[in-house]
Write a new protein. Structure first.
Length: 115
């Protein structure tokens, strides 16, 4: 099975930006749908951004992040990205990338927002 390794998390002030990266251990070219998920303390994991096959022209976002986050994929690098702009306090969570439906989960990357 393919494994995903997320990176790029950290502490940022509200309104700031952050770019998350996720490298797969195998080819993502044959994975039609990929997504970024997040899990905040005491809450269930939720998928916040979804990207379709190929160049990723199809994308979908939850209302909470629509207009602020952008998902993209580079199949030549087996990498998925999440550009996070205009960060809000409620964006603090552990972020994971995975296919849809997901393989076993990786470690994720912690994103924190300072007040």
């Amino acid at each position: 099975q393919v494994q995903f390794v997320e990176s790029g998390g950290g502490l940022v002030q509200p309104g700031g930006s952050l770019r998350l990266s996720c490298v797969a251990s195998g080819s993502i070219g044959n994975m039609p749908i990929l997504g970024w998920y997040r899990q905040a303390p005491g809450k269930e994991r939720e998928r916040v951004a979804t990207i379709g096959p190929g160049s990723g022209a199809f994308t979908m976002y939850t209302e909470a992040v629509k207009g602020r986050f952008t998902i993209s994929r580079d199949n030549t690098k087996n990498t998925v990205y999440l550009q996070m702009n205009t960060r809000k306090l409620e964006d603090a969570a552990v972020y994971y990338c995975n296919r849809v439906p997901p393989y076993p989960w990786g470690q994720g990357t912690q994103v924190s927002v300072s007040s």
